[in-house]
Design a protein around this ligand. Structure first.
Ligand SMILES: [Zn+2]
Length: 332
């Protein structure tokens, strides 16, 4: 059989299961390099070009870049952080170079599920250093490049359309995510909070109420991937299993009520975190409860159906947390 380089490139773009749009971004980046007859792209330049493809794509009327409505792709997050001024251009491009290529660069040269037919066909990879582009890519004529470019744009739009079917209110969810990303920061180490949190929660798991052993995990009640922070008012201790089971889903309202009470336990102390919580949520118990409820409603808008009500056996009525002296005293 006689296939042209154009056939193969189209094959890469058009066939296969696309769980996200990464391949479209890389295809566009490769065609840009082909137009300028570059036979080597260094990692930093690849990152810059790829970043610019997404920046342009997401600039006006952004659409979801993957099928799971509860998450943002790495590129959506990086572009958003840049647009909000959380990172500058160089930082954003460095994040792309460090985190965005590990899947798409090695997987790109696949048609459907066939990994052999176009393996190393358009480029060879020198990971974290450069791509060496081959004549198969560099020899495209101007009009072929135009055709391929428009194929990419069409396919990219189709994927976004398909992904947005799962999203009930993408625009609103997007706006809420931006509010949190704007004040967000990179993940901190959380294990040093365990002794402190344990004192106010009791030595039982936040989600199942059973005693804890040595497998203690620090969990973000409102998922970190939405709130983008590690503030103490949102952190609890849980079994590793319970933590994994909950994952990054929206929890039931009874857990928010429990979190409000747990935070009041901290407020009843003289720990320095007290001032931080008061700063973040409000100066009175009522204001703090309302702020937390507002954050919960925001996260609900973003996560919607992606819900976890708790382990089967959990019953707030028998949870020892509510019978602890400090809980009773601080939540009168
Ligand atoms: Zn548990």
């Amino acid at each position: 059989m006689d296939f042209t380089n154009e056939d193969f490139f189209k094959g890469i773009i058009l066939f296969g299961l696309n769980n996200a749009t990464y391949k479209m971004g890389l295809a566009q980046t490769l065609l840009k390099a082909s137009r300028s007859k570059q036979n080597v792209i260094y990692w930093g330049d690849l990152a810059e070009s790829y970043f610019d493809s997404y920046l342009t794509r997401l600039e006006t009327n952004p659409m979801p870049q993957q099928g799971n409505p509860n998450r943002l792709t790495k590129m959506e997050r990086i572009v958003k952080e840049f647009q909000l001024g959380v990172t500058n251009r160089n930082e954003a491009i460095k994040k792309v170079a460090d985190t965005a290529f590990e899947d798409v660069v090695p997987r790109f040269q696949t048609i459907g599920t066939d990994k052999r037919i176009v393996a190393d066909y358009f480029y060879e990879i020198d990971t974290n250093n450069k791509l060496v582009l081959k004549d198969t890519l560099l020899n495209f004529e101007e009009d072929q490049l135009d055709t391929l470019d428009s194929e990419i744009m069409a396919r990219w739009g189709l994927l976004e359309g398909a992904f947005s079917i799962n999203q009930s209110d993408f625009k609103l969810a997007n706006d809420i995510r931006e509010i949190y990303l704007k004040d967000g920061y990179d993940r901190k180490a959380l294990t040093n909070n365990i002794p402190f949190l344990s004192g106010y929660q009791g030595n039982t798991c936040f989600y199942c109420g059973e005693p804890m052993g040595s497998d203690i995990h620090v969990d973000h009640v409102l998922p970190r991937q939405v709130v983008s922070h590690d503030e103490i008012w949102n952190l609890v201790l849980a079994h590793k299993d319970c933590n994994l089971l909950k994952s990054d889903r929206l929890v039931g309202k009874h857990f928010i009520e429990k979190l409000i009470k747990r935070n009041e336990n901290i407020m009843g102390s003289n720990h320095p975190w007290k001032a931080q919580i008061s700063n973040d949520l409000g100066t009175t118990p009522r204001r703090r409860a309302m702020s937390l409820q507002r954050h919960y409603d925001n996260v609900k808008t973003v996560l919607g159906q992606y819900y976890w009500g708790g382990t089967e056996s959990y019953n707030p009525a028998t949870d020892p947390f509510f019978r602890r002296l400090i809980t009773v005293l601080n939540n009168k």
